[in-house]
Design a protein around this ligand. Structure first.
Ligand code: 5AD
Ligand code: SF4
Length: 453
């Protein structure tokens, strides 16, 4: 590599994100850091001198996809006018943390591997490569600073993700996250509120508080969970819409549930992963609650906020799952009537306790259960949306529909996708980022359609 390239100023970069909201947020930090050094963010891999993959290893499919993508990078020529002789490729996030320098063996043309706690080191590592280093790796066990201290370039100007904890202490037996994201660490309330205030003054309309288990927020700082205080304090900043993810049912307190009734900004939608509707599977998953407890939470939530939109995660095919266990899950999904269910087929993750659990359930049986579950999921979502017909709902407009540029789309307070034609004389740019009332006329399984009023 020649000496004139030791600056970031002439470089273009692209960040490709896999996985959860926390990864998307980390990508916004990577973009912010590289832009603050003078590099330009570009839309495509082809135009990028530096490509950063922010990876996820929660399920096997994500692993396979990443390896394929990075391998195929060998054949993508550098852009015309690039100051580099070879594109720089970096892999960060959960796969980076888990595999470290092993990745260089499989992908020799990879330059940089960094872990989930090393975002801040990325510029230094890239600089090393620009100066001639080969195969730079850093995977710290623990974060030195909260990634939220880093510069950020947000994906859009009207919504922001705000991490309140990182890591996880729960060790659900199927899950790799605690091994790659480390122990749970909470930010101070002051830090959280400061960041929320900055967003409010910048015109942000919706904040989503993030953590693997937001409900245990503060246990490491104050000795007991104080998530209800966070909700109260962030709502007090004057933010219009407040959401949070993810909640563990074992830690969802009555105080937090009550906030759905008292905080106007807190949107009537909750993602509450059940994972299974069988007590013996929940036990084997190390989830620490029963179906009865879970249903009790749903009842309390609906008492406080009738019409609340509930979503969940379900794993089908956990080792040892019987037809009876599966039917417990089926009935749970049917009974709750979720507006959205993220369904996953169990995927073995090396290093987790469940990886050694015996299972002889044939693949076709698991697939057939999965398909049956999808049917009841779709019915639930359809029924939930029917109840929205005739209502006027406030929609935060995000852009135009992919299929029709004359239709604006956004999300309702219940987090349902809403489409509405752009009114005569109005332009999309003036609507984006605004909250607009829409009268719902049509309800499908995955979206609503209406007219702006
Ligand atoms: N196999 C399948 N699904 C998994 N999830 C986490 N680990 C696994 C796994 N090994 C799902 C859980 C979690 C969601 C983010 O991913 O449902 O809530
Ligand atoms: Fe994984 Fe369980 Fe932690 Fe969620 S709570 S990240 S499923 S270990």
């Amino acid at each position: 590599m020649n000496g004139t390239t030791s600056s970031f100023m002439d470089l273009t970069f692209h960040v490709q994100t896999f996985g959860c909201q926390m990864n998307k947020h980390d990508s916004e930090r990577v973009t912010g850091m590289l832009e603050s050094l003078g590099s330009s963010c570009v839309e495509t891999i082809e135009d990028a001198d530096v490509v950063v993959f922010m990876t996820c290893c929660v399920r096997e499919a994500a692993d396979v996809r990443l390896l394929g993508q990075v391998a195929s990078m060998k054949n993508v020529p550098l852009r015309k006018g690039s100051p580099l002789e070879k594109r720089i490729i970096a892999v960060g996030g959960c796969i980076g943390q888990r595999d470290g320098d092993k990745l260089f063996g499989e992908l020799p043309h990879l330059d940089v591997v960094f872990g989930t706690n090393n975002l801040a080191s990325l510029p230094g590592m890239l600089k090393g490569v620009l100066e001639g280093d080969r195969h730079v790796v850093e995977t710290l066990e623990e974060s030195e600073s909260f990634p939220t201290d880093l510069p950020i370039t947000r994906e859009n100007s009207w919504a922001a993700w705000l991490p309140i904890t990182i890591g996880c202490n729960n060790f659900c037996t199927y899950c790799i996250v605690p091994y790659v994201r480390g122990r749970e660490k909470s930010r101070t309330l002051e830090d959280i509120v400061d960041e929320a205030k900055r967003y409010v003054s910048a015109g942000v309309k919706e904040i989503t508080l993030l953590g693997q288990n937001v409900n245990s927020y503060g246990r490491d700082l104050y000795g007991k969970p104080r998530f209800a205080d966070v909700l109260e304090a962030v709502a007090d900043t004057g933010i219009e819409r407040l959401r949070f993810a993810t909640s563990h049912p074992k830690d969802l307190t009555d105080e937090v549930i009550a906030k759905f009734g008292t905080l106007d900004a807190l949107m009537p939608a909750l993602h509450l992963p059940a994972q299974s509707g069988s007590d013996s599977i929940l036990k084997a998953m190390h989830r620490s609650y029963t179906v009865e407890h879970y249903l009790g939470l749903i009842e309390k939530l609906r008492d406080v906020k009738p019409g609340i939109s509930l979503s969940t995660d379900i794993i089908v095919g956990f080792p040892g799952e019987t037809e009876q266990d599966f039917m417990g899950t089926y009935r749970l999904v049917e009974e709750v009537g979720y507006s959205q269910v993220f369904t996953f087929i169990y995927s073995k993750r090396e290093g987790t306790p469940a990886a050694s659990y015996f299972d002889d359930t044939p693949r076709e049986v698991i697939q057939e259960r999965f398909d049956r579950l999808r049917e009841v999921v779709e019915r639930g979502a359809y029924d939930f949306n029917q109840a929205q017909k005739g209502h006027v709902v406030d929609v935060l407009i995000e852009g135009a529909s992919k299929k029709d540029s004359r239709i604006a789309t956004g999300h309702s307070p219940e987090n349902i996708n809403v489409h509405a034609p752009i009114p005569e004389g109005a332009v999309l740019e003036d609507l984006v980022g605004k909250i607009v009332p829409v009268k719902i006329e049509e309800a499908r399984t995955w979206y609503l359609r209406g007219t702006m009023v």
